[in-house]
Design a binder for this molecule. Structure first.
Ligand code: CS2
Length: 491
């Protein structure tokens, strides 16, 4: 029988980087597959290169789906790299403690306040920042935020936990960094803004506000590694490769990238020795990633779902999807930003082709399509407004918006492919009430564009709304390929 994986049972030669010491220096919120294949791996490699007390105290946000198996195997797990050149596995041993924030939010607050900790890293996804889609500011009317602001309450939202942790930390005055590792534009500034808005709304003292403004840094970061969900097949492959039974391996592509601002008020691991890049052109890196990869990913996902493609590689294998995505990159995304100095955008796009075609990853289109109401805000409005303000229609961005609506808020009489039911869309009910009673497709789209789901600046662009409505009509009447063909002929 295959032995269970554990700290005393790490197969010889399989450790990635170094094991962490017992002392933890990093708190992580959002213990899922992405962090385990990204920040945790860089930290293991940084400790191998330069040591340091950078063990991680990891908290899953809401469920013990990953924490329970991790605990059962001393918090070690394997990374299963899936590439066309072969499959490899290695073990990561940097989490010295794990827990579930929803079960014990005070533990997160206390961990952030503990002066031994110097960084909190976040992978809480776009939804976790509890921002208002229209203003981009902290959503004070969000039920969780409102409850967290009540005096004496234990916070339940991520922003509430971070803010209360910093409030408590102000007593020691020890420098600290809050590092967002989510797909946000201006990630550092956005994170600082929501935390400070929370603290102000909570009426904390001026001393706390002064501590956060002077001794807490919020570096920006661009993170990248495609990491699908774990299946039993992954567990089987790890058993074959390593000879141990891992209950929670992380499947991942071999590509990985991390670009950060070097602004860590309490110090940091030697992540640069592990291949991370420190740069002061962070916003440009974020645009490259959020537009060329993530924006295109959403388009592949929604066109894929509407054409019955369960995974990104299957969707990408369809000519009409490739054409729409490459057209979108060329016409709608590349003109909207200046890439970082020396960055080869063409090479990046050709790498994307290799990454999306990888059949071993099995990245579900419905996983990428999940949370579109929050993800699209990073991927569509700014780029669309860039063109609309110059009198040009960003057809592919309109197509992505129409395809999203067709999947999660279809007009009456249209039933999208059954795959669409697997898309987790937190705004589904609100979208359904917004479009209830709409008489035409244009009316349907108007109610969404102007219904509090997108910034006003985009909602005011009537021509964009009309183009989304045209494309949605085509999707519902003639199918998604016809809509993509219409976009191709409009180029
Ligand atoms: C994807 C990302 O699900 C999504 O929205 O676009 O998770 C993407 O796979 C990662 O950002 C890749 O680094």
């Amino acid at each position: 029988m295959t032995q269970p994986l554990g700290r005393m049972n790490v197969p010889a030669g399989s450790l990635i980087g170094a094991s962490a010491p017992d002392r933890t220096g990093i708190v992580h919120l959002g213990l899922g597959n992405f962090h385990r294949a990204h920040g945790a791996v860089y930290t293991a490699q940084a400790m191998a290169a330069a040591g340091g007390n950078w063990g991680i105290r990891g908290f899953a946000f809401s469920s013990d789906r990953i924490v329970a198996p991790m605990r059962a195997q001393d918090n070690v797990y394997s990374i299963l790299q899936l590439t066309e050149h072969g499959t490899e596995a290695g073990v990561v041993d940097v989490h010295r403690d794990t827990g579930v924030a929803a079960q014990d939010p005070q533990a997160v607050v206390d961990a952030i306040a503990d002066p031994a900790h110097r960084i909190v890293t976040l992978t809480i996804s776009e939804v976790g920042y509890t921002r208002d889609p229209v203003t981009g500011r902290l959503a004070l009317d969000h039920a969780g935020v409102a409850a967290d602001l009540a005096a004496g309450s234990t916070p339940r939202t991520a922003v509430g936990m971070i803010a209360r942790g910093l409030e408590k930390r102000a007593a020691s005055g020890e420098g600290f960094a809050v590092l967002s590792c989510d797909n946000l534009q201006s990630s550092g500034d956005v994170t600082r803004a929501v935390v400070e808005e929370f603290l102000q709304a909570a009426g904390v003292s001026d001393d706390v506000l002064a501590f956060v403004s002077s001794s807490v840094s919020f570096p920006g970061a661009m993170v990248d590694r495609i990491v699908p969900k774990t299946t039993t097949e992954h567990t089987r492959l790890v058993a074959d490769l390593l000879g141990v039974k891992d209950l929670c391996p992380v499947p991942a592509e071999d590509f990985t990238m991390w670009v950060l601002e070097d602004d860590f008020a309490g110090g940091r691991p030697a992540w640069d020795s592990a291949g991370a890049t420190f740069s002061d052109e962070l916003e440009a890196y974020e645009m490259v990633k959020l537009r060329l990869l993530n924006g295109s990913h959403s388009l592949i996902a929604y066109l894929g779902v509407l054409s019955g493609a369960p995974t990104i590689d299957v969707a990408w294998g369809q000519d009409f999807v490739r054409e729409a995505v490459l057209g979108g990159i060329t016409d709608d995304y590349l003109p909207t930003f200046t890439p970082p100095t020396g960055f080869d955008a063409e090479a990046y796009v050709s790498q994307l082709d290799d990454r999306w075609r990888n059949p071993l990853i099995g990245h579900a289109t419905t996983q990428v399509g999940t949370d579109g109401s929050q993800k699209l805000l990073q991927r569509i409005p700014d780029a669309a407004l860039f063109h609309l303000r110059r009198g040009r229609m960003p057809h592919h961005l309109a197509l992505c918006t129409a395809a999203w609506i067709a999947c999660v808020a279809p007009p009456v009489g249209f039933t999208p492919d059954p795959l669409s039911a697997r898309i987790v869309e937190p705004a589904r009910d609100r979208l359904a009430s917004a479009v209830d009673g709409a008489v035409t497709v244009l009316d349907h789209v108007r109610r969404i564009m102007g219904g509090g789901f997108f910034p006003d600046a985009l909602a005011e662009q009537e021509a964009f709304t009309a183009r989304v409505a045209d494309l949605l009509t085509l999707i519902t009447r003639d199918g998604v390929r016809a809509a993509a063909a219409d976009v191709a002929s409009a180029r």
